[in-house]
Design a protein around this ligand. Structure first.
Ligand code: ATR
Length: 275
């Protein structure tokens, strides 16, 4: 999607993927800086590690406690000093979640009741962003309950007006959001315990996984008549924001959306989700 966007704007830029071992992250960032890269995107497991490696953190990275986008900025050359390149860390994931929920599910987040599955990196960012968007009630479910409780406590401190509780809701919710990694593999169990919560109790289901495009959870939700969306919109919006940070130009959103849609579903078992 980035290369399509560069092409559409006539920019002679390239977006490339590099596989980097966590132990080499600092070296890789320094290398990219030395080679005058415009920036980087980072994904699992680098988003938390990179927090410590930035010269500066944008408010977004400070707010959400993770870096998924780096911009290299050259400070002006002075008479005594050669120009220095600084790495600035941003987070474009959190805003992308809210944008995609609004766009793809037509969901009004303010006042909504949400059941969130997962309390890893993606789950935490989603929970904090939903709280910041003034949802009325958040139910947090995670295999390791202590992690859901930790996030619940963080939200109670930062967003006291949001009612937050670990565990499944008794009644209806507006949204069920899967932020676990369950569903990435075709033989994964469902992230939802249907003995605790029925899909008929939610109006909409969002799965952060976008490949496979339809997880078992989404297929079941569709069958029970609810609105559904996968994580492609989140991928699009975090990328569009990163594009704007690097280039200073408005992202050609429809070009990027079309490029994403044109990626064929691989015959292999490759699976993805953002974050
Ligand atoms: P990310 O940063 O992508 O969110 P993560 O931090 O490893 O990745 O989080 C993965 C999430 O999927 C967690 O909520 C994890 O539950 P635990 O906190 O209990 O580990 C959840 N998850 C992964 N495999 C799971 C499984 N087999 N059953 C239930 N939950 C699972």
């Amino acid at each position: 999607m980035h290369n399509a966007a560069f092409g559409a704007l006539g920019l002679n830029w390239r977006y490339l993927a590099f596989e980097v071992e966590p132990k080499n992250l600092r070296t890789a960032i320094e290398g990219a800086k030395a080679m005058n890269f415009a920036g980087l995107n980072l994904t699992v497991p680098h988003k938390l590690l990179a927090l410590e490696m930035m010269d500066e953190l944008d408010e977004s990275a400070k707010n959400w406690g993770a870096v998924n986008t780096i911009k290299f900025v050259q400070s002006p050359k002075t008479k005594v000093q050669s120009p220095e390149v600084r790495a600035i860390g941003f987070n474009t994931d959190a805003d992308a979640i809210a944008k995609s929920l609004r766009e793809d599910l037509k969901l009004e987040l303010r006042g909504a009741k949400v059941l969130l599955l997962g309390a890893g990196g993606a789950g935490r960012t989603a929970a904090l962003k939903l709280a910041a968007e003034n949802v009325a009630e958040l139910f947090l479910v995670n295999r390791t309950r202590a992690k859901a409780e930790e996030i619940a406590n963080e939200i109670k401190n930062k967003f006291p007006s949001v009612k937050v509780s670990p565990g499944y809701p008794k009644n209806h919710v507006d949204l069920l959001l899967n932020a676990t990694s369950l569903g990435l593999k075709t033989d994964d169990a469902s992230p939802l315990d249907e003995t605790q919560f029925s899909l008929s109790q939610t109006r909409a289901v969002y799965d952060m996984i976008y490949r496979p495009a339809e997880t078992k959870l989404l297929a079941a939700a569709k069958k029970s008549g609810g609105k559904t969306a996968n994580g492609l919109g989140m991928l699009l919006h975090q990328g569009a924001k990163a594009f704007e940070i690097w280039t200073g130009k408005s992202a050609p959103l429809e070009v990027m959306r079309r490029a994403l849609a044109a990626v064929p579903s691989p015959a292999s078992k490759v699976s993805f989700r953002e974050h």
